[in-house]
Design a protein around this ligand. Structure first.
Ligand code: NAD
Length: 483
């Protein structure tokens, strides 16, 4: 694979000091290529280009912005297989899943392309001879930082709303999975005006920090871990007043009542844990809370189902789960498996590194289920972001289930399985999460607000509010009657 370059001010270029980072295939251990390790000076260049492009882009019509996003969607769709290939090679997830991610990205580019006319304000009744109205204005340069788990989907879909609102964007993908974002930059170079979209790569500590701390970036949107989110809030506040939205991690509960269909609930629990992405999803329902009456049967079926999942290479059509993204993340997953055992939880299946079946050179972990987990233990409290599902000790009544479900600092998603209407509504009301499913898991219905409460974040995305969040309201009061 050729050396990769960043898109800065319409030009494709390496890091100015020539530094690079290796891009490794976690499923095979093979070095794919290198990515630029951008310097703070490169980030300055990207922000300067975005600031200069903003002068024109802010005056573009809704129709022009819509047309540009539609063109970008067409370009991404035309290169869907190639982009999915890059993601599967770069982050170890199954090719078919990364291919679906590209379709989602195309969907969201089109979705926001269709919303540009919704960027209107209000008129407010006031005194005769006056007119009071509000208008929505873009911020300017938006800094967008994204994580490793859905590289192209986030790179392409998370630029849609800020561009639709008339901002220019500097996006920084994860240093572990930058290839598809860099390719997106190359493709965008032919269709996006110079500086409107810029792609810078490199580490969080260097290029990420430079973007967060840049005084000309007033609007930051971050998707990643809660710890980094807090660091970014702190860092941004040192520089100036910035609007920072945060889509962070989860330790999300799935509650099963005895009136739920057991097979359906077990299948949902497996699906909701997102083993298909090695559990590497913020929305994964990684804590299961099961009623005493069905607990043992549930755990037995769950362990058998998860135990039958087959790790495999991204192209293996029979594989159920792929490779962990990098060696650090692999060690983190394995260390939580050891910790769970040390804390007295019962390992029912998996949790070991896979070395057979041609997978020895890759970073594969057999999907794991723990039972008898103490809800206060670290295994129950901390996000692992890997294929480790923890079933809590059984509950007896709804109050107890709710207490356990809400007893973490995070609050992204939650799910409850019951046929009782009252229980369903009570949990929908009282679960401390930004997105609640009843008798469902995992689905993000497009156009609905996705985001977290508590330490899982600030702000909502994938809906109209995301578009509005890239604007600031300006109010205008005109006196035309008393002059
Ligand atoms: P991470 O926080 O390590 O990194 C995310 C991004 O931030 C990367 O681009 C990284 O380079 C950058 N970064 C790291 N430190 C930085 C710093 N000090 N300053 C500026 N930028 C910095 O997250 P990750 O390991 O890539 O992704 C996993 C995390 O993302 C999990 O916690 C997961 O739950 C979360 N996530 C949340 C959502 C959501 O929508 N809520 C979606 C996907 C992933």
């Amino acid at each position: 694979m050729n050396d990769t370059t960043m898109l800065i001010g319409g030009k494709l270029r390496p890091a100015s000091d020539g530094s690079v980072l290796d891009a490794l295939n976690p499923a095979t251990g093979v070095r794919l290529t290198t990515i630029p390790d951008a310097t703070p000076g490169d980030v300055d260049d990207a922000v300067a280009a975005a600031s200069s492009a903003f002068a024109t882009w802010r005056r573009s019509t809704p129709g022009e912005r819509s047309a540009l996003l539609t063109t970008l969607a067409d370009v991404v769709a035309a290169h869907a297989d190639e982009l999915a290939r890059l993601d599967a090679d770069d982050n170890g997830s199954l090719y078919r899943e990364m291919r679906r991610d590209v379709d989602m990205a195309v969907f969201y580019l089109r979705y926001y392309a269709g919303l540009t006319l919704q960027l209107h304000g209000d008129t407010v009744p006031s005194e005769p001879g006056t007119l009071t109205y509000s208008v929505r204005r873009p911020y300017g340069v938006v800094g967008r930082l994204i994580p490793f788990n859905h590289p192209l989907m986030f790179a392409a879909s998370k630029i849609a709303a800020p561009l639709a609102a008339g901002n220019t964007v500097v996006i920084k993908p994860s240093e572990h999975t930058s290839l598809s974002a860099l390719r997106l930059g190359e493709l965008a170079a032919d269709v996006v005006p110079p500086g409107v979209l810029n792609v810078v790569t490199g580490t969080g500590a260097r290029s990420g920090d430079a973007l967060v701390a840049h005084p000309d970036v007033r609007r930051l949107a971050f998707t990643g871990s809660a710890a980094t989110g807090r660091a970014i809030q702190r860092r941004a506040a040192e520089v100036s007043i910035k609007t920072v939205t945060l889509e962070l991690g989860g330790k999300n509960p799935l509650v099963v009542f005895p009136d739920a269909d057991l097979d359906v609930a077990v299948a949902a629990s497996v699906r909701g844990m997102n083993f298909t992405w090695q559990g590497q999803s913020c929305g994964s329902l990684s804590r299961v809370v099961v009623h005493r009456d069905v607990h043992d049967a549930f755990v037995e079926k769950l362990a058998a189902t998860v135990g039958a999942l087959r790790p495999g290479l991204p192209d293996d059509p029979d594989a159920d789960t792929g490779a962990i993204v990098n060696a650090g993340q692999l060690e983190k997953v394995l260390s939580y498996v050891r910790l769970g055992q040390d804390e007295g939880a019962r390992l029912c299946t998996g949790g070991d590194r896979v070395t057979e079946g041609g997978l020895a050179d890759g970073l594969f972990v057999r999907p794991a289920v723990f039972a008898d987990v103490d809800p206060g233990s670290r295994l129950a409290q901390e996000e692992i972001f890997g294929p480790v599902l923890a079933v809590m000790r059984p509950f007896t009544d709804a109050d107890e289930a709710l207490r356990i479900a809400n007893a973490t600092s995070l609050g992204l998603t939650a799910s409850v399985f019951t046929r009782d209407l009252g229980t369903a509504h009570r949990f929908a009301e009282d679960l401390e999460a930004g997105y609640v499913w009843v008798n469902e898991v995992g689905r993000h219905v497009p156009g609905t607000p996705f985001g977290g409460v508590k330490d899982s974040g600030i702000g909502r995305e994938e809906d109209l509010d995301e578009l509005f969040s890239y604007t600031q309201l300006k109010n205008v009061h005109i006196n035309y009657g008393h002059i």
